[in-house]
Design a protein around this ligand. Structure first.
Ligand code: PMV
Length: 364
């Protein structure tokens, strides 16, 4: 078990007459889990390890201006897509309040935050993963610039992942590029319940730029928040078996990705997606997050794979959209398949052609 890093640090505070002003900006991507995190213990500790691909084109871009607070506690003004957003403001203020013993300087500052996503938010594309990881990057970058700490890149990323996790569990994985595990996996040393850990070494090269085309079945608001969903696992009669299963699936999936076994990759990742939805269907109250068109698409993916022998598969997040996963080498075949057979099942927003990406980027 990797011990929890101790990030409590009363020294990260400005002297009252030297509170700075400044501006910085980061871009941070969403990620798509292959073995799912669904169910947590206290303080954002997962019930099982999860593994995801960090995406490239689905990201949040967030610019943060800071200046001395007038009230003596942190003040947040949040603009989303250019408009003041009170819901995000309240969430971010709550997040910052919770971090006051890790980053005491947040209480001394007023933050003006301007954020936008390249994808529809709350549509089952993990907007909390990009949104929370981008804030974590910003806070750790402020610490690095203003206090001179976190100079080692590995320390910087680890702390950013720890902080991102406190905002949203899956966000801990977005801090790194490629394939990332969050949660202690028995046979992968370096993994932790407290932060994400990239596991790209030794993985078959085809996965380095694997494609994820996100088919937007319903780009509206999702009906069940993930915190409600995680909570429902506490009473789910299959929970213990599910948590146990995830450990085995993670080991087998990583093995398949190392050897380039696409058949096993497909079998395990599709089963994980259906299990996530099965957990929601067997909770009390129960939720159906797929739409009829979600199933139409899945059945067509099965038929296409059967007919062509091409390694196209799907995964799902906690919503109705379908993530189609496939190697770059068959991109043209898949595009033709989508345009010919799937467009009628999509919302007017269509689809997003994403792929595995390198992780957050500093833009200012
Ligand atoms: O990070 P949260 O609390 O929004 O939970 C994310 C849960 C899933 O997206 C459904 C699965 C996962 O591992 O990302």
């Amino acid at each position: 078990m990797n011990a929890e890093p101790n990030y409590l640090n009363a020294n990260l505070k400005f002297s009252p007459n030297a509170i700075p002003s400044g501006k910085l900006a980061w871009r941070s991507p969403s990620n798509i889990a292959l073995v799912k995190y669904w169910g947590k213990k206290s303080v954002q500790i997962p019930q099982n390890p999860s593994i995801s691909f960090t995406l490239s084109k689905s990201f949040s871009e967030t610019e943060v201006s800071y200046s001395p607070a007038v009230s003596g506690k942190s003040e947040v003004e949040f603009y989303f897509d250019g408009k003041r957003n009170l819901l995000f403001e309240e969430k971010t203020a709550g997040f910052f309040d919770g971090l006051s013993s890790i980053f005491p300087f947040v209480n001394q500052l007023k933050f003006e935050i301007h954020s936008k996503n390249t994808f529809p938010h709350s549509a089952g594309i993990a907007s909390s993963a990009s949104g929370m990881s981008v804030l974590a990057m910003v806070l750790c970058d402020m610490e690095r610039q203003l206090f001179g700490t976190l100079q080692e890149e590995a320390d910087f990323r680890r702390k950013a992942s720890y902080i991102a996790r406190l905002g949203s569990g899956s966000a801990s994985r977005s801090v790194f590029g490629g394939l990332v595990i969050w949660g202690e996996a028995e046979d992968v040393s370096g993994t932790s319940d407290y932060y994400g850990f990239p596991v790209n070494e030794g993985v078959h090269e085809m996965f380095a730029d694997y494609q994820d085309t996100i088919l937007l079945v319903d780009a509206g608001e999702k009906k069940v928040s993930s915190s409600l969903g995680h909570g429902l696992m506490n009473g789910n009669p299959f929970a213990a078996d599910r948590f146990h299963q995830a450990h085995g699936n993670l080991t087998a999936l990583l093995q398949a990705m190392r050897s380039g076994d696409t058949e096993a990759f497909i079998r395990i990742s599709e089963s994980e997606a259906l299990t996530l939805h099965a957990m929601m269907m067997t909770s009390q109250p129960y939720f159906l997050l797929m739409k009829p068109n979600t199933l139409q698409i899945i059945e067509r993916i099965f038929a296409f794979r059967e007919k062509t022998g091409l390694p196209v598969s799907f995964t799902l997040d906690a919503g109705p959209n379908v993530h189609m996963l496939f190697p770059t080498t068959i991109k043209e075949d898949v595009k033709r398949f989508i345009d010919n057979d799937l467009l009628s099942f999509l919302s007017p927003k269509g689809y997003i052609e994403d792929e595995v990406g390198k992780g957050p980027e500093k833009i200012l």
